[in-house]
Ligand binder design. Sequence first.
Ligand code: FAD
Length: 621
Amino acid sequence: MPKQVEFDVNVKRNYRFRAELHCSNRWEERMYRAPVDEIAFTLKHVAGLSSDLDQHVLGDLSSDLVDAILAEAGRFAAEEVAPLARIGDQTGARLEQGVVTMPPGWKALYARWIEGGWNGLTGPVEFGGQGLPAMLHVAALEMWNSGSMAFAIGPTLTMGAVEAIEKHASDELKAIYLEKLVSGAWMGTMNLTEPQAGSDLNALRARAERTGDGTYRIFGQKIFITYGEHDFTDNIVHLVLARLPDAPPGTRGISLFLVPKFLVRPDGSLGARNDVHCASIEHKLGIHASPTCTMIYGDGSAGEGPAGAVGWLVGEENRGLACMFTMMNNARLAVGMQGIGVAEAATQKAIAFAAERRQGKATGYSGPGMAPIVQHPDIRRMLLTMQALTRAARSIAYSCAHATDHARLPGTGQRFWQERANLLTPVAKAFSTDVGFDVASLGVQVHGGMGYIEETGAAQLLRDSRIAPIYEGTNGIQAIDLVTRKLPQSDGRHVLDYIGELGGVAKDLASSDAPGLGRSASLIAAAVDDLSAATLFLQKCLAESRLDEALAGATPYLRQFALTAGAAYLAKAALADAAGGRAALCRFFAENLLGDTAALKETVVGGADALEAAASALLPV
Ligand SMILES: Cc1cc2nc3c(=O)[nH]c(=O)nc-3n(C[C@H](O)[C@H](O)[C@H](O)COP(=O)(O)OP(=O)(O)OC[C@H]3O[C@@H](n4cnc5c(N)ncnc54)[C@H](O)[C@@H]3O)c2cc1C
């Protein structure tokens, strides 16, 4: 068949197919809508914002102001960010002769972002920020990530850099950099990863030399640096981990340096180009518009002076990892919000498709023609699973932000709230990002074959979401962190008290007369008992130095923890307001998804021996 004819046949086939789908040209109408009311409800009645507002612990923030900010952040996400997600995916960021060009329309989008003041939402007031609580930040981040993960990750890193500089840098550095970073006039990056040093930062090799004038020269290669180079801003501020010549080995010998792309003159204007450049950008599965850069420091090819990128120390020499952790903890919760943002967008898309697409007969449908697929129990199961997991993950993440806000308040509760934030951060990061991918995958399934076709956008959500369980510490590393560092907090009491609180929700549920909750109370109570048993088992393993046994169960434990906590938070939401499907969703979660926790507990307490024994099956044949 000649090429032209073959093409025409395909076009016609495609056209007929779309007409029969009953949804031709409707993809744009299925654009993301920010679930502002649900987000506000979760913040206020599940995470605890309402009681904070009542007690005025967050300054003069009022409920109306919260609603107004969320509404406007949601509008920006839906009307400004989301419409550019597709072009960002198709065009991607491009590197030519050291210059990275962002997709069409993205630079203007970033300009509107700054103009709207969004970059400074939580930034320090002293440097032009609005100083709003982390709870509002994560809620807004969720919506921006629903709009486009590839866009939201850039400012996320800038905000993390702001926090690290504010906490650890000298007053001079703060005076030069903070205002520009808070406003978004300059963006920040986080440079940890090297080819031989990913999860294990002990292996880090980038080096720093003292110059004697208070500055340092940085040499080395960093890979996978998000927004390492781009055309959004005229300067980029890199936070770089490197070793001094006399540094002790391992993570105790790592220092943190601020390395700007352009040096800054005393009057704040941009001076000479620093010796740092982007050598390549990665071709990747998703988030195509987020430039993932290989950065070269100090090879003499970019700067104007002698080789070596000029850097300034942040914090103390050899204490850089602790400073970087300020940025990383912030970024871990923020990456969790990427998972939730994608999950919400995927759920909305799938629900809209399922209401339109018609196939087969359904008991509950008596209308003309084939039934909309949303009438089929299996499709409803998928959609409800998507919605329930998304809301459970949202509740955990917002509760983590609530703890972060309280840990910053002066007073006696600081240690408790810091431990709570520490406990929930790895859970929020890992569970939310797993949910992001799982829900996006279910979204593709609901669309059937059209889910696999790029045009619907379901496939992009799946591709984009896959990175979130990997970066900012893989989810495996989060699980190890939860088990080995967070379970022992306060001699193991903090986590047990938290589990006690979850049990309290199950009791409230049991004594409530709210309708529609089915067996939720008894199932949640049983899941809490199982979580308690798994936690005590892991704490015993750690106490008896049976580390491998504890590590074998770390990932299933994190999942068990998150499903149990998620169920309790959905119950809390149902108790606050059983209407709007909240009681029904809590019951669905308890009766359809929570059953996994019993099996996960068995894996945690009894899976290690088999894991060890089966390792021989991995030997090369
Ligand atoms: C798109 C993208 C953007 C990124 N952005 C940045 C950025 O801005 N800045 C930056 O510094 N880095 C960035 N990274 C790097 C990212 O953080 C790392 O890829 C990640 O930390 C994992 O490191 P790795 O790739 O070397 O994998 P590895 O560390 O080699 O891990 C491979 C596997 O082994 C597992 N593993 C490793 N160690 C252990 C252990 N001790 N116990 C159990 N399991 C283990 C991991 O969980 C993983 O499953 C980015 C990566 C990508 C792909």
